[in-house]
Ligand binder design. Structure first.
Ligand code: C2E
Ligand code: MG
Ligand code: MG
Length: 558
């Protein structure tokens, strides 16, 4: 609307009625006065008269001045207008184009999609909207800096542009989000599949930017305005089309990234549920709905209880008891895992301070937390604030942590161990840690994943894998914990393999803090405060650990 008004104004200014009127009037008057004055001037020159009347000459000169003035003003005005036109065209382009990659931007893409959709439908064609989101781009940016990240986006846009047909439109919607729309024959949606597969082959790849090789993958969601049989238009506006492609892309992310999905209506319900979970988790965090449960860890040889693994549970008022396998990945995605873990650790430290000081506490740490360069310092602060001795704490990290940034993980582990915290490698055998990584990373313990242990129950199954892991642990001088011991036969087999720690349902399912307290009370292993007059040995240990850690951090800083 506003644009039209401006155009109108420019149009009328271009004609500049006033200047034009003045010039026209001056020309008419010039013809009148000139017609009168000039013959007299000529006659006077040849000595045939008295010459023109002075007033008329003045009038004619004034006319000439007016004509020159009108003409100059007209020239200036047209120049000014063309400059303004150019500036406006540039501003329009800038507002429609992403300055980094030269693609359309979100706003112009919506309009262009709508226009293209109308054109395609008039021609009897369908339109596919393909949403592309880079996997882990934030990490790439954090690790290599924004300049490298920008260069990667430019290269990526070039590769996309190269691969797209001429009738497709490409846009960068923001950050690491791209999209393209492409017309196709509605009964041949496989054309879109082919294109997307080719993009995966050529665009998801290694990018060399300023001598840094960055491996990049992408998740893609596709929505069409027609169903696969052709004629029925499914979607009647570009906005819904984009929204559906977004949902399908999100689905691809949730199902492991580096893949693509076409939109299906069931995805919308999944998304709604996921949104509810996200809001529930945020609310649950604020209202303290996340609670620690504890699973016993046993010395298999003596049968003694040596520690507990803290396992998170969500007591949701709406959903009941929710497993960490559901809420931990979401908490990681929405960036609250650090806060959640801290809340749980604080509760666990308080609980564990009531146990016999010989009982250790293990906590699981997410790979997302391990990417935080300040994680070790934050943990130390938490230990000191809650008077929890570092030597009683064991953190469990999984093999997936090792793929992110091995250098940082190594120094993090070293710094945690300097603080006195033990570090174990959880779910060992399910990831891809190499022998080299195991040799170079100073883990205190390996935990064999329960999938290998449960295999031992099967009489025909071979115990070779577990045997091999146990000897690997012996070779690397890393003690082993076996997870998921469910019955006596497994226990007997494990005992025959070496000196191990173990945990599993054979010893009981994870219990609440109160249940653990009553179990320990029955066994006479509660830490009764009256038994610790003056400064407790535990407190001394905390201070010693804290001092050692601060010294170690200072050394690292030097
Ligand atoms: P995990 O660290 O490997 O924990 C062991 C899981 O195995 C627990 O499941 C436990 O209840 C289950 N388990 C233990 N013994 C047996 C057994 O004999 N048989 C069977 N079938 N299962 C057994 P849970 O509590 O559902 O936790 C699942 C995973 O969630 C944990 O695997 C851990 O990776 C993660 N997790 C739990 N709490 C936290 C937390 O506070 N932070 C983070 N980042 N992850 C957590
Ligand atoms: Mg664990
Ligand atoms: Mg485990």
């Amino acid at each position: 609307m506003a644009e039209k008004k401006t155009q109108k104004r420019i149009g009328s200014a271009e004609r500049d009625i006033v200047a034009l009127g003045i010039a026209t009037a001056a020309i008419i008057m010039f013809v009148g006065t000139g017609g009168n004055v000039m013959p007299r001037v000529i006659a006077a020159l040849f000595g045939n008269g008295q010459g023109p009347d002075g007033l008329l000459v003045n009038a004619m000169l004034l006319n000439i001045a007016l004509i020159i003035f009108g003409w100059r003003r007209y020239r200036e005005l047209t120049h000014e207008i063309s400059e303004r036109r150019r500036a406006e065209e540039q501003a329009r382009k800038l507002s429609e184009i992403d300055p980094l990659t030269g693609c359309l931007n979100r706003r112009s893409m919506a309009r262009a999609t709508e226009e293209l959709r109308h054109e395609c439908n008039a021609r009897g064609q369908a339109l596919a909207y393909v949403m592309i989101d880079l996997d882990n781009f934030k990490q790439i940016n954090d690790m290599n800096g924004h300049a490298i990240g920008d260069q990667m986006l430019i290269k990526l846009a070039d590769r996309l542009r190269e691969k797209l047909p001429n009738d497709a439109l490409l846009a960068r919607l923001g950050g690491d989000e791209f999209a393209f729309v492409m017309p196709y024959d509605s009964s041949h949606s496989e054309r879109i599949d082919d294109h997307v597969i080719r993009l995966f082959e050529s665009v998801s790849n290694v990018y060399e930017v300023e001598d840094v090789a960055v491996d990049m993958t992408m998740s893609i969601g596709i929505a069409s305005d027609h169903d696969e049989h052709g004629c029925n238009p499914l979607v009647n506006d570009a906005h819904t089309l984009m929204h559906r492609a977004d949902i399908a892309m999100y689905h691809a992310k949730k199902h492991g990234k580096n893949r693509y999905y076409w939109f299906e209506p069931t995805m919308e319900n999944e998304l709604r549920f996921r949104n509810e979970l996200e809001t529930g988790i945020r609310r649950g965090l604020a209202q303290g709905e996340f609670v620690p449960y504890y699973e016993q860890q046993i010395d298999l040889e003596s049968g003694d209880l040596v520690g507990f693994e803290m396992l998170a549970r969500w007591r949701s008022p709406q959903l009941g008891m929710v497993s960490p396998e559901i809420f931990i990945p979401i908490a990681e995605d929405i960036g609250v895992i650090g806060e959640l873990s801290e809340q749980l650790m604080v509760a666990a430290f308080k609980d564990a301070l009531q146990w016999d000081p010989s009982i250790t506490l293990s906590v699981n740490i997410s790979p997302v937390q391990m990417r935080d360069p300040w994680f070790a310092q934050k943990l130390l602060k938490l230990l000191v604030e809650h008077n929890f001795p570092a030597h009683r704490l064991e953190i469990e990290i999984t093999e997936s942590c090792l793929h992110d940034n091995i250098g940082m993980v190594r120094s993090m582990i070293a710094s945690l161990r300097n603080q006195g915290v033990q570090v174990s490698l959880d779910d060992f055998g399910t990831g891809y840690s190499s022998l080299e990584q195991l040799r170079s990373l100073p883990f205190d313990r390996l935990k064999i994943d329960r999938s290998f242990i449960s295999e031992l129950r099967n009489p025909d199954a071979s115990s070779k894998i577990v045997d091999a892991i146990v000897s690997l642990g012996n070779g690397l001088d890393m003690p082993i914990t076996a997870e998921g011991i469910e019955d006596e036969s497994i226990l007997d087999l494990l005992k025959s393999m070496g000196t191990l720690k173990g945990q599993g349902y054979l010893y009981g399912k994870p219990e609440t803090a109160e249940q653990v307290r009553s179990r320990l009370s029955d066994a006479g292993r509660l830490n009764i405060p009256t038994e610790r007059p003056d400064v407790s040995s535990e407190q001394e240990a905390v201070e010693e650990d804290a001092l050692a850690a601060i010294r170690a951090l200072r050394r690292a800083g030097e």
